[in-house]
Structure formats: C-alpha cells, structure tokens
Design a protein around this ligand. Structure first.
Ligand code: 3PY
Length: 251
C-alpha cells in the first residue's frame, strides 16, 4: 500500500515571515499518520529556517530546483551538497516552469536525479504534456519519454524511491484540472512505463502525484483513483488552512 504524498509548491511566493508563519501553523496540525506525507517546497532563502522549524515533526522541506554539480563556478546556482547539508529531504526537478522558462531539459533532469540520490535527496520529477500535445494525442508518448529519460541509469531501488509528479501543463495555474479519470489514465501509463524499464515490484512502489489546479474541492476524487498517490499543489498550498485540508484528504 503506497502512502499519499502531498507537496505544496510555493513557487516564487511569500516573504520569510509568511513562510515561517505558515510552517508554525502547519506543524502542530498535520495528521499523525503513516499513510500521508506532507512536504513544503519553498524558495531557497527559507529552507534553512523551515528545516529548523520542522525538525522532529511530520513536515518535510523540499527545494524547488538545484544544480547537478556539487560546487564550482555556477553563479546563482544551488548545489545538492548545500541542500543535503541544510537537512532538506526532497527536491522538485523538471517542473514545467523550469523546462519552459529556464531551459531545463530531459538531460539536465536526469543528471539532477542522479545527483539527488547521491546526496540523499528524494527527487520529485515533474512530467506533463502541453495542450497542443494533448490535442494531437501525443500525451502518452511524450510523458513516457520524459519519464524514461529522467530515470535513465538509476538502480531499481532508486527508481522505487523517486516521486513522479504528472502535471499537464495546460492545467497549471489555469484553474483547469484534468478529470480524475484522465489524470489516472496517464498516471497508470507512467507506472506501466516504469514497469517496462524496471520490474513490476519497483513500479508498484513508485509514488505518482497529480498536479495542476489541485484544491480542497477536488483532492478527494483525485486521491480515490488507483494510480494517483498524492498531489503537487500550486496556489492552494499557499494558505495553511487549505494545505492542511489537502493533507487531511490523504489519511
Ligand atoms: C500548479 O498546480 O500550479 C503547479 O504547478 C504545482 O507544481
């Protein structure tokens, strides 16, 4: 039985006092359950403070990106070594905003996935199709290709410990959500692809999240699907109340 993983992707939002206030509110109220994991994906400047505040609680802290190199002349970048040293546990890789706006490629996502495991960070690898690809019936092939490239060269154990977030690009920040059946169909396809490149046992262990305009009003229906094991949530994760409702839905 896979646990549900609810990750709030704050993107480039909040100032430090708001970030700290959110976590202060959430740590005491997240359900004490092994069935659900709560993760806050925060901007780099807040990671240190949030790791300290969540220490010993049920809330995990993730970065929203990182470089794949450990150190060096990469002005403005943050390395996996730095995240591990801070006590960050997860890292979002290949979000469509990074792919579209910051030239992230399948190749760099793959390098980052390897770097994450080397530094004991759990990667949350984002995949998803554009509206044009969906309308041209290319969703399954596109997503399969992104998943295979991201996971290339990982051991089965590492794949089993990877979180995949299926986020159709047309559903991000648009208020449009894939129907839970459509979302589940793609998530089931992702599991099948993982089974083909690893083993059935491995594919059954992988947590596959859905992302794209997830909110308290649609989370239960999404989580009731066979292959949706959680959510990567944008706007609805910014308020502590609504984030807690989303996490509660996973119990
Ligand atoms: C969204 O739902 O807007 C997201 O991009 C979550 O990562």
């Amino acid at each position: 039985m896979r646990k549900k993983v609810i990750a709030g992707n704050w993107k480039m939002n909040k100032v430090l006092s708001e970030a700290n206030g959110f976590v202060d509110e959430v740590v005491g109220s997240v359900p004490d359950s092994d069935q659900v994991e709560a993760i806050v994906c925060a901007p780099f400047p807040y990671l240190s403070s949030l790791v300290e505040k969540t220490n010993g609680t049920k809330v995990h802290v993730a970065a929203q990106n990182m470089h794949f190199e450990e150190n060096g002349a990469f002005t403005g970048e943050v390395s996996p070594v730095m995240l591990q040293d801070l006590g960050v546990t997860h890292v979002v890789l290949g979000h469509s905003e990074r792919r579209e706006l910051f030239a992230e490629t399948d190749e760099t996502v793959n390098k980052k996935t390897h770097a994450a495991f080397k530094h004991e960070l759990t990667p949350i690898v984002c995949v998803g199709e554009t509206l044009e690809q969906r309308e041209a019936n290319q969703t399954m092939d596109h997503v399969a290709s992104q998943v295979k490239k991201a996971l290339e060269g990982l051991s089965n154990e590492q794949v089993a410990n990877t979180i995949i977030a299926y986020e159709p690009i047309w559903a991000i920040g648009t208020g449009k959500t894939a129907s839970s059946e459509d979302a589940n169909e793609v998530c089931a396809h992702i599991r099948q692809v993982i089974k083909e490149v690893t083993t059935e046992d491995t594919s059954e262990k992988v947590v596959i999240q859905y992302g794209g305009s997830v909110k308290p009003s649609n989370i239960e229906e999404l989580l009731a699907q066979s292959d949706i094991d959680g959510a990567l949530v944008g706007g609805a994760s910014l308020e502590a109340d609504s984030f807690l409702q989303l996490v509660e839905a996973g119990t």
